[in-house]
Design a binder for this molecule. Structure first.
Ligand code: NAD
Length: 292
């Protein structure tokens, strides 16, 4: 007898969620998807997914619920508001793959226990390119046995899967990663602006950085590809980057740490996202910095 296919409710079918949900379908899961955007739902349905027009329908009786949403407050709303939790199957495993605040995740885990639902946090790094190529890095926090249960799903979306510790630790790690990444973007762009003002060519500067100790993710996979090319289409919004670094700054505050580099980086991204518009591609911070 064939084993019954495991069902997954996938909520948030945007730049990252859409390719990730596609990999679950390809791996043989039965996936019900929901997104507020009708366009996102149609694209998912055209790819063979079962798109629901109500979140409660997508959640209904699923073995797993994956959320890939802008932030943890929205994740909470999706799972608990409007009695949505009534659709959750007893004992189901919710996997929040969004970049949420660890404190929100820890709170939500407690609320979900009371609804017989388990929660782990499994945020990702690698951007849309690695979401599409099934090679995301995934950092996972939660109970070991719950993480074990999630592995067949995570392994169909990512290649490097790290267990970070208790619930919320994946989200803490993700915010810290994006602080380091966002600081790298600012440092690289400011370095290029300074070099240009001195009379050096931007293309040459990036090439030399990449052959020197200044090499970083921004110099390596963002500068030529999205900034110097003028395309500014990395697929990651400035508002999301600002949110992630704010989460890292709030985490430092909650631990009584004064990190001046982190606070400065958070302030730059906050101002840039506000001026550019939160939905603008984060690489457009190049224009913001150029106009200072
Ligand atoms: P996105 O804006 O492309 O997708 C988010 C989707 O959520 C949208 O389609 C939106 O319509 C939907 N949505 C919003 N509120 C909703 C609700 N209440 N119910 C249902 N759907 C709702 O964003 P994204 O780039 O896919 O990012 C998703 C998450 O992944 C964010 O937390 C982000 O920080 C994180 N992330 C993004 C990247 C990237 O490169 N884009 C990389 C790593 C992590």
């Amino acid at each position: 007898m064939h084993e019954q296919k495991k069902t997954v409710a996938f909520i948030g079918l945007g730049a990252m969620g859409y390719p990730m949900a596609g990999h679950l379908l390809a791996a043989g899961f039965k996936v019900s998807g929901f997104d507020l955007s009708g366009e996102a739902r149609s694209r998912f349905a055209a790819n063979g997914g079962n798109a629901s027009s109500e979140v409660s329908t997508a959640l209904w009786n699923a073995d797993f619920v994956i959320t890939m949403l802008p932030n943890g407050k929205i994740v909470r709303d999706v799972l608990l508001k409007n009695e949505n939790w009534r659709s959750l199957k007893k004992g189901c495993l919710a996997i929040d793959m969004s970049s949420s605040a660890p404190s929100d995740t820890q709170e939500l885990a407690k609320e979900l226990v009371a609804k017989d639902t388990r929660l782990i946090d499994a945020p990702v790094s690698g951007g849309t390119k690695r979401a599409i190529s099934r090679s995301l890095t995934i950092m996972v926090g939660g109970e070991s046995s719950d993480i074990d249960d999630s592995m067949p799903l995570l392994e169909s979306m990512g290649t490097q899967i790290f267990r970070t510790g208790p619930i919320g630790s994946g989200h803490a790690m993700k915010a810290i990663n994006n602080y380091v990444s966002g600081a790298g973007v600012v440092a690289t762009l400011e370095g290029v602006l300074l070099a240009q003002k001195f009379g050096l060519e931007a293309e040459a500067v990036v090439e030399i950085l990449n052959a020197s100790s200044g090499k970083n993710n921004a110099s390596d996979v963002k500068m030529k590809q999205f900034v110097l090319s003028g395309t500014f289409d990395s697929g990651f919004a400035a508002g999301l980057m600002a949110k992630d670094i704010r989460i890292a700054a709030e985490l430092a505050n909650s631990l009584d740490m004064r990190l001046s580099g982190l606070n400065a980086t958070a302030a730059i991204w906050e101002a840039a996202a506000q001026e550019l518009g939160p939905g603008s591609d984060h690489t457009l911070i190049a224009k913001y910095l150029e106009n200072r």
